[in-house]
Design a protein around this ligand. Structure first.
Ligand SMILES: Nc1nc2c(c(=O)[nH]1)N=C([C@H](O)[C@@H](O)CO)CN2
Length: 117
């Protein structure tokens, strides 16, 4: 299946389980792959026929900026659900990285894949 992707989308959010994390905003990084049949927009050359990565990015920024979960797992699940429910995506692969959360690691986080049921 073809994909539409968003790579290294950086968004500041309230995230984390520790007290000090509840008082600051941290930069999270999202890599998102969304299944989509690109032959349709390729035939029409019309933005209306695409899965618009700008529109998805804007909505993800909105959701993440307004969120305040403890775990990255919870936030990843919420973002995947929004992409599937609001943009009609059949399958999404999402990597949520939390850079600098663990000393010695460039980033930690989660990778999930979810499908429309
Ligand atoms: N699997 C997870 N492990 C941890 C998380 C998390 O969200 N998922 N969060 C933390 C802390 O918030 C950490 O990021 C602070 O450095 C620890 N482990």
């Amino acid at each position: 299946m073809d994909k539409v992707f968003i790579e290294a989308l950086q968004i500041d959010a309230l995230i984390g389980i520790y007290d000090w994390e509840r008082r600051i905003r941290q930069t999270l990084v999202f890599d998102i792959e969304m299944a989509f049949d690109n032959r349709i927009p390729a035939a029409t050359d019309a933005i209306e026929d695409t899965l618009n990565y700008k529109a998805v990015s804007k909505r993800v920024i909105e959701v993440v900026s307004q969120s305040g979960f403890g775990l990255v797992e919870t936030l990843a699940e919420r973002v995947a659900a929004v992409i599937i429910d609001e943009f009609g995506v059949q399958h999404v692969k999402l990597k949520l990285s939390k850079p600098g959360a663990v000393r010695g690691a460039r980033a930690v986080g989660v990778m999930i894949e979810r499908s429309r049921v």
